[in-house]
Design a protein around this ligand. Structure first.
Ligand SMILES: Cc1ncc(COP(=O)(O)O)c(C=O)c1O
Length: 321
């Protein structure tokens, strides 16, 4: 099978697994008091050029929900795009962790919120970077949204893919553009299971810390989450993996009629049902994406997708159409 279903159908980078093996030796302080977690915190302070606090979690859903719970009271409102993962795919986890805050969904071209479409009377704003439509927010677009004056959460499940596409610094794409909390993705881009809540404001870190523990996300053997992130951030593994994924996505985009701009590692096209069926019969796997219209399909490239995978798909599409 040549798998374009998702970036999380891919396994993990060998560097991540080697780091887990190394982290297994000896005893360490539990619940995040270990030296590996301390090094990840320091590494993030360098990378983001800011005095950040970090909270490793196993899933992006947990990271988003914990972050949002620190940014709104139960009676508050979270602004997000109508296609946001927190709205469509997390089964009410944000509402659950916030004790009932409303998600107010806003339409916007190419998966993006625009400052001029947003009401000001909300508790906070959530943006996804890269977006669910495979596009990216520029630092200027984020700054315009932040200028509304509301705290901003960034779902960065594909943060690395967005960053390498934009060629700016991690600081430019987060706190310098007004982001208060980033859920920094690892799993989709080479980690086994690791996301990092990166908090740019001390009072939000104080609000997340007890929720992280109480919600059951503070692993006693935190070293295993942190070791994944340490390896992810070592020798630019995260950037190398994301560059690979984005480059294959561009390769696909050059040979297909895309229906959304390809700015990260996700490609949207339309395949007639006949073509989709034939491609599946030949061993290609991908998901239909009906929210983008009839016959829309999503092709996700990841760190494990090769140029040969892309070329095989392009050749099959050419032959069938
Ligand atoms: C944009 C976005 N945010 C968050 C997540 C959630 O990640 P997890 O499946 O680890 O909860 C995903 C996963 O598909 C995603 O695509």
């Amino acid at each position: 099978v040549i798998d374009f279903r998702s970036d999380n159908t891919h396994g993990a980078s060998p560097e991540i697994l080697e780091a887990l093996t190394r982290a297994a030796a000896g005893t360490m302080t539990s619940y995040g008091g270990d030296e590996i977690t301390a090094r990840v915190r320091e590494r993030c302070r360098e990378l983001f050029e800011h005095d950040v606090e970090v909270f490793p979690v196993l899933t992006g859903t947990a990271g988003n929900a914990l972050a949002l719970a620190s940014m709104t009271p139960p009676w508050g409102t979270v602004l997000c795009h109508e296609d946001a993962h927190i709205q469509r795919d997390e089964l009410g986890a944000p509402e659950f962790y916030t004790h009932g805050a409303k998600l107010l969904t806003i339409a916007g071209e190419d998966g993006k919120l625009r400052a001029e479409d947003l009401p000001r009377d909300a508790s906070c704003i959530s943006v996804t970077q890269a977006t669910e439509a495979g596009t990216v927010y520029t630092p200027d677009e984020l700054r315009a949204i932040a200028a509304l004056g509301l705290p901003m959460h960034m779902d960065g499940a594909r943060f690395a893919n967005a960053l390498v596409g934009l060629e700016c610094s991690a600081a430019d794409l987060t706190w310098r553009a007004g982001v208060d909390v980033l859920v920094f993705g690892g799993t989709k881009n080479g980690a086994m299971a690791a996301e990092l809540i990166v908090v740019f404001r001390k009072e939000l870190a104080d609000a997340i810390a007890p929720r992280w523990h109480r919600g059951g996300h503070r692993l006693s053997k935190m070293r295993f989450l942190s070791a994944q992130f340490e390896a992810y951030l070592t020798d630019d593994l995260w950037l190398r993996n994301a560059r690979r994924a984005n480059a294959v996505a561009q390769r696909l985009a050059r040979g297909l009629d895309v229906i959304r701009p390809v700015q990260a590692n996700v490609v949207f096209v339309r395949f007639e049902p006949r073509v989709s069926s034939a491609l599946r019969a030949e061993g290609f796997a991908f998901h239909e994406w009906p929210i983008f219209g009839p016959d829309a399909v999503r092709l996700v490239c990841a760190f494990g997708t090769s140029d040969a995978d892309a070329d095989a798909l392009l050749a099959a599409v050419k032959r069938l159409t």
